[in-house]
Design a protein around this ligand. Sequence first.
Ligand SMILES: N[C@@H](CCC(=O)N[C@@H](CS)C(=O)NCC(=O)O)C(=O)O
Length: 210
Amino acid sequence: MPAALTLLGCRGCGSFIAEAALRLADIPYSYEETDYDAPGPQRARLFALNPLGQVPTLVMPDGAVMTESAAIVMMVADRAPQAGLVPPPGAAERNAFLRWFVFMVAALYPTWTYGDNPRKWMPEAAHPEELRTSTDRHRQTLWRFVEKSISPAPWFLGARFSAIDLYTGAMTQWRPKRDWFSAECPKIAGVAAEAERLPPLADLFRQHFA
Ligand SMILES: N[C@@H](CCC(=O)N[C@@H](CS)C(=O)NCC(=O)O)C(=O)O
């Protein structure tokens, strides 16, 4: 039995997505809680493994490092297609999956990256918080666009579960948070609620977001 994967993550963060994928795939892993903002040995370890200082960061049994939630999801799907994370080539949902999967990581995720800690990106600026305001606003525009585009039944892609439901479940916990989605984007809120009810993930959702 090879040594388990090691996931560096933090409570309530996007590492939840990688962890949920590993659980759905029944792939054993060990977990290291890593506060990417708190100086100390764990943060130093994170930066040594991933110069972006981001979670999820995954260390493979042979010491190789994987970063980027989407890459980790694809790797897990390769190893465990039965987990249903990625519709396979030829599946009716494949193109929609590719589109929204990349949208989650390429369009939505950076709005938090740049908005969470605006001073990091604008150290000289008199009002760095304006970057948070503008990225928060942009994110709401993006979510409203998603809301108009999808017809969940009950999953983001329709009848088929996919990793996008994990992104939706986690990202709707972040600004502008669940109440906003319930009021403004009920279809997205419904997808998130459905993901939270997945039996293998209910505990994990609670650990990260309760
Ligand atoms: N593109 C990366 C983004 C990961 C990311 O931004 N993670 C956040 C936590 S939710 C983080 O580590 N932020 C710290 C930082 O960017 O300095 C992915 O999809 O994994």
